[in-house]
Ligand binder design. Sequence first.
Ligand code: P6P
Length: 336
Amino acid sequence: MPDKIITIERHIVEQQRAYPEATGVLSSLLYDVALAAKIIARETTRAGLVEILGLAGKINVQGEEQMKLDIFANEMIIRMNSYTGRLAVMASEEMENIITVPEEYEAGKYVAVFDPLDGSSNIDVNVSIGTIIGIYHRLSTKGPGTLEDCLQKGRQLAAACYVIYGASTMMVYTTGNGVHGFTLDCSIGEFLLSHPNIRVPAKPKYYSVNHGHEQNWSPGVKQFTRWLQGLDQETARKPLSSRYIGSSVADFHRNLLKGGIFYYPADAKRPQGKLRLLYEAIPLAFINEHAGGYASDGHCNILDIQPESLHQRTPLFVGNRELVEQAEKFISRYDK
Ligand code: P6P
């Protein structure tokens, strides 16, 4: 007998039952995210056709100028959440400053920080890309949300999710009660539960890093990478396979399901690393930790870092706890 068919909407409602005090606002917010994801998925699958179909630079059916996909994704998430009364404020990778809810609409009790379409430079080579979203409770008590509402530690997250637009479109989310994956069935327009209770496998398979930056790495990161490759003289370990896509959601997603580590370390050219703390590293770290993994900046838990500005960068090591803690040990030992 096949497994039960559970849509993401039904799953979100069932998850809500675990929180008797829940009012349903977070559930509705997650449903809105799923809806935005379906619309973004539709556009990403057509992206390769923009030139062929002459869509670029034309007026589309909504009477809007055809726009770059990441701008489209950003607009979609903002429009989907501006008037619902669920959010007080948003912060986006695409926008310099916070996005407060228009005055004519009620400001809600949640905050959304997001990267609307990470890795969008990979679209024209048909590589998987992703949306990353973190959802916090607002700290301010009334009126439009504030910058401080957005700059919260990852440990304060109420929920986090990502969408990966690849061979299939998947949405993975957690409200702190397990990590659950849903695959979009385009024929019925529904995200169906395909990966319940995701756990990072105990036995890691892959490591993911861009070796093109190796010459700029610190001695600790170089030594850690040799350890992963089974080349460390002191601790002969079975080498992991190298897999690197260059799209953080895709690299993260593979290691979440198969076990391993994705890291984008600081280096001589990028002393703070490349990835953004607030809307890339923190939501992925939250999901990863609730799946049994660990995420660090090389020294401490990503979820314990106090964000100081919206677009600040951070080094990121995320995946199996054993591997991430080993990275911290090599950095501590060799990068005095
Ligand atoms: P590099 C994509 O541009 C991105 O922001 C992340 O999705 C990805 O992990 C990283 O940059 C790849 O950077 O330097 O390896 O090309």
